[in-house]
Design a protein around this ligand. Structure first.
Ligand code: EPU
Length: 437
């Protein structure tokens, strides 16, 4: 059992390059199932979740070539792919459910294990189900599997989502690309990752209008073709380092993601007293060109008020960093969580570092303290884990974060990057008291 051990306080200073978004690339890989032949995806981050998706595609009968260092995944999709996403994989990574739409559309049947409990809320599948049923599939539960069948193929229809769900929008757009006729999806999610997936689908030949808006129209066609596509940069990882700079009084240049993908984030950083500069187009370490920005943190941040919302609102995935920043701020900050009801496990952990957080319903009131003090804490999900690392860097003394497999699901080279930014952090082995060998 490894942990991240850090000694603080330290300021993050330097430059970090960000690769493609986890929450895009996993769906781009699922979308490859829609076309027979070899699809190649570039700018792929070296994270655990990509490996899980590779395993899922292999089990479905694809031949997958993954070069983690180069950041390239090539997927050879056969004419007949398997239709089952096993519980083992869905349990390890909920995003496995994004094969549901592509499999139902192309193979006319999908058996996808139900994800079950999750550390950040109930996260139902009702909108995925209702959408597929509207597209003409029958859906039922069988021995823990979500089974969708459409023996005659899917047919276009009008779908109004109750809530702009990221996962449901993606599954339904992918399914609709091969349906007969036209599908409209209203109240669709608008996240940059959805734009990226729609862009790849269009490159594959799909006919999609309204990309990036709440009203998406998909005109079904008979067949898509494989493509080569570059993944959009990870705005949440970029935001993680940006908040790290702001809360540690640091100075970090982030390359590979532009502020255009981060509305309502730069203004919150500025409100905390940080300065945020748009650097426009910059050259990255690997010679490619992308957008970049620089964040210089204040000596001590001012408290901020944030409410999480679907894009273009403030992302729920950056919520732990807002709490961490407010914990060391001069004042009382507020975080209202509007997407996931159970994202508060982080609060119990950051309290171990001395943070003063009071939760009432979906609101967290955070009274800033002069200094946090290092302690042992545990990551309950990807973002909570990264948030604890950022708080630990600002705390005085030694902090140990366990449950780091969560963090490695979504952050590539986290320790290496933080060390290059001047943090005193390492990954160390620790004996698990429950293993009595
Ligand atoms: N919801 C339903 N029914 C549905 C679908 C969603 O009730 O059929 C509810 C969920 O329970 C939740 C809310 O709607 O309360 C939002 O869910 P959404 O479908 O938008 O989220 P998701 O697709 O499950 C993705 C990201 C999350 C990110 C959210 C919100 C991936 C793999 N995951 O989840 O990312 O927090 O959108 O932006 O794309 C992460 O990266 O750490 C992460 C959790």
């Amino acid at each position: 059992m490894d942990v991240f051990r850090m000694t603080g306080p330290s300021r993050l200073t330097g430059t970090v390059d960000i690769r493609g978004a986890k929450n895009s690339v996993l769906k781009l890989m699922a979308a490859s199932l829609l076309a027979v032949g070899r699809t190649t995806i570039t700018n792929v981050p070296a994270i655990l979740d990509v490996r899980i998706m590779v395993e899922l595609l292999v089990r479905l009968g694809c031949v997958v070539d993954y070069d983690a260092e180069a950041g390239v995944v090539s997927i050879d999709v056969p004419a007949a792919v398997g239709i089952q996403a096993d519980y083992e994989l869905v349990r390890a990574m909920r995003a496995s459910i994004s094969v549901l739409g592509p499999l139902t559309a192309r193979m006319k049947s999908a058996h996808v294990a139900l994800p079950g409990g999750d550390a950040i809320g109930s996260r139902g599948l009702d909108m995925h189900q209702a959408g597929l049923e509207a597209l003409g599939a029958t859906v039922h539960l069988d021995h823990g599997y979500f089974v969708a069948d459409a023996p005659e193929g899917l047919r276009g229809t009008d779908i109004a989502l109750e809530f702009p769900s990221v996962g449901a929008t993606e599954n339904l757009v992918m399914a609709a690309t091969l349906a007969r006729g036209t599908t409209t999806i209203s109240n669709a999610a608008k996240e940059p990752e959805i734009v990226d997936i729609c862009t790849m689908l269009v490159e594959m030949g799909a006919r999609i209008d309204g990309i990036g808006t709440a009203d998406i129209t998909v005109t079904g066609i008979d067949e898509l073709h494989p493509v080569r596509h570059r993944t959009v940069g990870d705005r949440i990882v970029a935001g993680t380092y940006a908040f790290g700079a702001a809360l540690s009084g640091g100075d970090v240049t982030v390359r590979g993601v532009g502020l255009d993908l981060m509305p309502n984030i730069a203004n919150k950083l500025t409100a905390s007293g940080a300065s945020v500069d748009d650097l426009g187009e910059v050259e990255l370490g690997d010679g490619t060109v992308g957008r970049g920005f620089r964040v210089i943190g204040p000596e001590r941040p001012r408290s901020i008020r944030v409410a999480t919302m679907p894009f273009p609102g403030f992302p729920t995935d950056l919520q732990p960093f807002v709490i961490a920043l407010n914990s060391v701020s001069d004042g009382v900050g507020l975080l209202s969580e509007n997407l996931f009801e159970a994202r508060w496990r982080f609060v119990q952990e950051i309290a171990r570092l001395g943070a003063k957080v009071r939760v009432d319903g979906n609101h967290a009131l955070i009274s800033g303290v002069e200094a946090l003090s290092g302690a042992e804490v545990e990551a309950s999900d990807i973002r909570a884990g990264a948030g604890l690392v950022m708080a630990g860097l600002r705390a005085s003394g030694v902090t140990e974060v366990s449950g780091i497999d969560h963090i490695e699901r979504g952050y590539e080279n986290f320790v290496t990057n933080l060390r290059s930014l001047g943090a005193n952090i390492e990954r160390v082995a620790k004996r698990d008291i429950l293993s009595f060998e």
